[in-house]
Design a protein around this ligand. Structure first.
Ligand code: DAS
Length: 356
């Protein structure tokens, strides 16, 4: 009897010690908040072989977290459902709402890192907007997936596990907003979706910053463009984004789109030209007129990689146009919107394109 009671007492004490050790270990873990916006990472298909035919933005954030118990070994994770949409449907207002939430959370002492689950189609636009406007050095990671969780060899679970790992990592701080996909760690500034049907979908023409393998980060370079704490733009002072639209250059293109955008009162037009940002002869005077009416003209290129050279294909100084440097049209639009919240001086705008 005595031995049994002693054993019970010991077992009870051991259980208490274990429980407090676990609680202590959990308390020592970083706190990561997952802001869910929708996309394929929250998608579901009718069959395991549906890797491309499925509905995006179905699975709530709490179910995403519950489906990944491994996260509890990496961080104390909690989720917020900010939106539940496919990312092609996100709007400027959604960008402002999300960025303001990220900014507010980043200021909380009990938040060490933030993960944003997002559709892959426009991750590059949201990520770039956040890196331009959120003033924090805490890790902010945007993550998506190319296959829904219901599909064979789904990529979302490992992408999310990796994203939380990076968000919980001290060595990810101060690198700007990052995009973690397919084992790679990219800057939100450089990364673009380059393949629309493979899990290896994201590339940065200047290369990823590094990789994450089995929960460990391997860094190989650091960003050189201004971001987050070094940015002159602050989401906490931005209340609206100006209308900036994109027109595409191709053979026999008419000026219809430019005329319509100009008439609608846009503040800037990004021209996605051919080659090094070339503009068709018949379109040059149309864009000159648009500029003379006070609308900003940004010369970008439909060619995925490389960068637009100022005063090469067009006399930008003479026309008072801005060149988009290495930014693809959709990112040139994001930077132009953010820059126009501060200035519409073309020399200042060009400086901003060189620096961000
Ligand atoms: N429609 C795509 C999106 O929401 C699905 C995805 O790839 O996440 O961006």
């Amino acid at each position: 009897m005595y031995l049994a009671s002693r054993l019970r007492a010991f077992a009870g004490a051991a259980a208490l010690i274990t429980a407090s050790a676990i609680a202590h270990a959990q308390a020592a873990l970083p706190n990561v908040v997952i802001l869910a916006t929708g996309g394929t990472i929250a998608g579901a298909g009718a069959s395991a072989v549906n890797s491309a035919t499925y509905s995006a933005a179905k699975v709530p954030v709490d179910k995403l977290i519950a489906g990944l118990p491994e996260l509890s070994k990496v961080a104390n994770v909690r989720g917020e459902q900010v939106f539940q949409v496919a990312s092609e449907s996100l709007t400027n207002d959604n960008l402002l709402t999300l960025a303001k939430r990220v900014s507010a959370l980043s200021k909380q002492a009990d938040v060490d890192g933030i993960v944003i689950t997002h559709g892959t189609d426009t991750i590059e636009e949201t990520g770039y907007f956040l890196t331009l406007t959120v003033h924090t050095s805490k890790p902010i990671i945007v993550v998506g997936s190319m296959r829904p969780g219901t599909a064979l060899s789904a990529d979302g679970a490992l992408n999310l596990f990796d994203a939380v790992n990076v968000a919980a990592s001290k060595d990810a701080a101060g690198k700007g907003v990052l995009v973690v996909m397919n084992d790679e760690i990219h800057t939100a500034r450089d990364v673009n979706k380059t393949v629309n049907i493979k899990t290896e979908a994201f590339k940065s023409q200047w290369g990823p910053l590094g990789m994450i393998v089995e929960g460990k980060n391997y860094w190989f370079r650091a960003p050189v463009k201004r971001h987050t704490m070094q940015s002159e733009f602050d989401i906490d002072t931005i209340t609206a984004l100006p209308a900036v639209e994109i027109v595409y250059g191709y053979q026999s293109v008419p000026s219809t789109a430019i005329d319509a955008f100009a008439k609608s009162g846009v503040k800037a037009i990004v021209h996605a030209g051919t080659g090094n940002g070339s503009v068709a002869d018949r379109i040059v005077p149309v864009l000159q007129k648009v500029r003379s009416d006070g609308t900003i003209v940004v010369r970008s290129s439909r060619v995925p990689d490389g960068f637009v050279i100022r005063n090469a294909e067009q006399p930008d100084d003479k026309y008072d146009w801005v060149v988009a440097h290495d930014l693809r049209p959709q990112k040139a639009r994001i930077l132009t919107m953010v820059a126009l919240t501060k200035t519409n001086d073309t020399k200042e705008l060009q400086r901003i394109f060189w620096e961000y």
